[in-house]
Design a protein around this ligand. Structure first.
Ligand SMILES: Cc1ncc(COP(=O)(O)O)c(C=O)c1O
Length: 384
């Protein structure tokens, strides 16, 4: 295939040339002075994106590792954790918690809406003995394109006067959708490199509140690699307790500089504009958007439902074979039922136009019933 592949899955996302060039530098001594300033700049950059002035740790690892870190540093075996079945990733996080020996109270969901703050409030109010030690929420459920309202979850916990920790998965929202670690008093925010931060996979992130650091003193889940204490101690002088992902840190420093140059508020506005254009295209095609609540639409991706009798993966295969574009598959119980259009990260109007053109041509080529004109609806919106 000539030309550039269209990587329109909801992460890993397109890595900008500037970041690729930053990564392509000689690896340096991770115990030398040049490394210390790189690490400090990368940590400061990522702090800005989390909107925190507090502690941040960067692991060589994937998001799943950063999930585990959020739990093992703050909780003890048998502790009760309140989680919500918003989709595939919330379900996977629950599995991690259960395997670690935590007692998960899993609020069932239909994978089409986010965490209901009213349920948070009533559950926490009913828990008078404060048995629940942590509430864990996936901000942007990448499997469904539904964004939970984390600020409202925080307010619900406050109204209930409950002291539980608030753990939030920001993996596909960080750097794409407004996120405020300090203002929402999140105790652990879990992130990773390959989504809105526009990096290749390979870094797992935790932003950590003072309250979470205090919780480590009594937390008894076993922890070694994921232990915050040696990481925070060594980071103070710009170093790591083990070999860091040096070249990805070059990339992180560059990517956070790019986000700063554009301005986070502009980055969020760009994402929400592309999401709106995408939804207009999907609705014009006559396909249903999986997310049912308008105030929970994700700016990072849109999940479109397939008409009955048509398979999302068959459509994705046609689009990959004919137009060299990768779209997100349906995960877990959504397999075959949806396809997901990623519109996050390093992305612009013409990339979106190309993406939607690929989908519209693909729908026709795959024999999926739809109404033409989705691209035009999106272009009209983008042109205003
Ligand atoms: C919301 C969310 N949480 C967690 C993960 C797991 O991250 P990783 O695959 O990097 O371990 C993903 C991956 O896509 C995700 O989208």
């Amino acid at each position: 295939m000539s030309g550039r592949h269209f990587l329109q899955i909801p992460g890993p996302t397109n890595v900008p040339d500037r970041v690729l060039r930053a990564i392509a530098q000689p690896t340096i001594d991770h115990r030398g002075p040049a490394f210390a300033s790189l690490a400090r700049e990368a940590l400061d950059g990522v702090r800005e994106v989390f909107k925190t002035t507090g502690a941040v740790v960067i692991y060589p690892g994937s998001g799943t590792g950063a999930w585990e870190a959020s739990l093992v540093n703050t909780l003890s075996p048998g502790d009760k954790v309140l989680m919500f079945e918003t989709g595939h990733f919330a379900t996977l996080w629950r599995t991690v918690a259960q395997r670690l020996g935590l007692d998960v109270q899993f609020v069932p969901g239909d994978w089409r809406r986010g965490v209901d703050p009213a349920v948070v409030e009533s559950t926490m109010s009913d828990d008078r003995a404060h048995a629940i030690k942590a509430v864990a929420v996936v901000h942007n459920e990448t499997s469904t394109g539904v964004a939970s309202r984390v600020g409202e979850v925080r307010q619900a916990m406050d109204r209930a006067g409950h002291p539980a920790l608030l753990l939030v998965d920001t993996i596909s929202s960080l750097g794409s959708i407004d996120y405020r670690h300090d203002e929402w008093r999140v105790d652990v925010s879990v992130g990773c490199s390959q989504k809105g931060l526009m990096l290749p996979p390979g870094l797992g992130l935790n932003a950590i509140s003072e309250k979470a650091i205090a919780a480590t003193k009594s937390a008894r889940l076993p922890r070694a690699y994921w232990d915050w204490a040696p990481m925070l101690a060594d980071n103070r002088s710009g170093f790591f307790p083990y070999t860091p992902a040096t070249n990805l840190l070059y990339g992180l420093r560059e990517a956070t500089a790019m986000l700063r140059e554009e301005g986070l508020e502009h980055v969020f506005a760009r994402h929400s504009r592309h999401a709106e254009a995408t939804r207009r295209a999907v609705c014009t095609w006559g396909l249903e958007i999986l997310c049912v609540n308008r105030d929970e639409y994700s700016s990072a991706l849109t999940a479109a439902m397939m008409p009955d009798g048509h398979d999302g993966d068959a459509l994705r295969k046609v689009i990959l074979d004919r137009f060299d574009m990768s779209l997100g598959t349906g995960l877990g119980k959504l397999k075959g039922k949806i396809f997901r259009i990623g519109h996050l990260g390093d992305f612009n109007d013409l990339m979106l136009a190309g993406t939607l053109a690929g989908v519209e041509m693909g729908l026709a080529a795959a024999g999926v019933p739809f109404k033409r004109g989705g691209i035009l609806a999106a272009l009209d919106y983008l042109a205003t």
